[in-house]
Design a protein around this ligand. Structure first.
Ligand code: KIV
Length: 262
C-alpha cells in the first residue's frame, strides 16, 4: 500500500482497513490476513505499557515499536503515531521528529489536532513527509475533554471539526482519523473532503475503519468502548491455556514422554 493507492481507495469507493500493531509477530499476522495499512499507535501506552492514557509515551518508545513493525512489514503502509509533545511546540520539533519516524521505517506519520497544528502539517507535507490527521476524541487531549467522551455533538463543535478537516486537507494531509464522533458528522466530513476518512467510533460512512489490535482480538478488556467489536476472545483463550499448563505441570501430566528426549 502506498500513499497514492491509499488515496485512490476513496475515489474507487474501496474501504480502507487499518489496524494497529506494535511488534513484528503481529505485523506478520496482520499482513497474512491481508491488512494493508498498519498504524503504530501511541495506544501502545495503554495496551502495551499498561498506563491510564497515552500522554507518557515518548519518541523513543514510538521509534522502538515503529522499527519492529516496519522491519517486519513487507507490503503494508506503516504509519507512525507522533506522541504527545513531539509536534505541538514548534514546526522544527515536528519536522525533526517526523523525520525520525521515516528514518525508523514508517512511510507516514499521524498527529492529533486540526487548525492548531496546521502549520506543522503544512511544513511536513511541504518537505515530502506524508501526514495523517486525527480529529474528534483525540486521546492526547483526554484531560481537556474530562475523559474519553464523544466529541462534536453540539452544532458549533461539529462545525469546528468540519472546518478542522478542511484545514488539514488544505495543509496537505493524506487522510484523517475521525474518533468517537456522531456518525452523521463523520458522513458530512467524509463527503466534504477529498482525502480518505478513517473512522473509529465514527459510524459506517467513513472511507475506512481502524481498530486497536488488542481490542479487536479481545485481548484488552480493562476498558471496552461502545465502538469496539471484539472479533476473537484471546484473553479468555490465553487464561484457559495458562491454567491448563499450570494444572498439568502440578499433576505431573506435562511434560509427558512425547515432549521428552531420550
Ligand atoms: O493510537 C492509536 O492506536 C490511534 C488509533 C486508535 C486511531 O490513534
Amino acid at each position: 500500500m502506498t500513499i497514492t493507492e491509499f488515496q485512490r481507495h476513496k475515489r474507487e469507493k474501496k474501504k480502507l482497513i487499518v489496524v494497529t500493531a506494535y511488534d513484528a509477530l503481529f505485523t506478520r499476522i496482520l499482513e497474512q490476513a491481508g491488512i494493508e495499512t498498519i498504524l503504530v499507535g501511541d495506544s501502545l501506552g495503554v495496551v502495551v505499557q499498561g498506563k491510564a492514557n497515552t500522554l507518557s509515551v515518548t519518541m523513543e518508545d514510538m521509534l522502538y515499536h515503529t522499527k519492529l513493525v516496519a522491519g517486519a512489514a513487507q507490503r503494508a503502509l506503516v504509519i507512525g503515531d507522533m506522541p504527545f509533545m513531539s509536534y505541538q511546540i514548534s514546526r522544527e520539533d515536528a519536522l525533526r521528529n517526523a523525520g525520525r519516524f521515516l528514518q525508523a521505517g514508517a512511510q507516514a506519520v499521524k498527529l492529533e489536532g486540526g487548525a492548531a497544528v496546521a502549520d506543522q502539517v503544512a511544513a511536513m507535507t511541504g518537505i515530502g513527509i506524508p501526514v495523517m490527521g486525527h480529529l474528534g476524541m483525540t486521546p492526547q487531549s483526554v484531560h481537556r475533554y474530562g475523559g474519553y467522551k464523544v466529541q462534536g455533538k453540539e452544532s458549533d463543535r461539529a462545525l469546528a471539526l468540519l472546518n478542522d478537516a478542511k484545514v488539514l486537507e488544505a495543509a496537505g494531509a493524506f487522510g484523517i482519523v475521525l474518533e468517537a464522533i456522531p456518525a452523521e458528522l463523520a458522513k458530512t466530513v467524509t463527503e466534504q473532503v477529498s482525502i480518505p476518512t478513517i473512522g473509529i467510533g465514527a459510524g459506517p460512512h467513513c472511507d475506512g475503519q481502524v481498530l486497536v489490535l488488542y481490542d479487536l482480538l479481545g485481548l484488552f478488556d480493562d476498558f471496552v468502548p461502545k465502538f469496539v467489536k471484539p472479533y476473537a476472545h484471546l484473553k479468555a483463550d490465553a487464561l484457559q491455556a495458562l491454567r491448563r499448563y499450570k494444572e498439568e505441570v502440578e499433576q505431573g501430566k506435562f511434560p509427558s514422554d512425547s515432549e521428552s528426549y531420550h
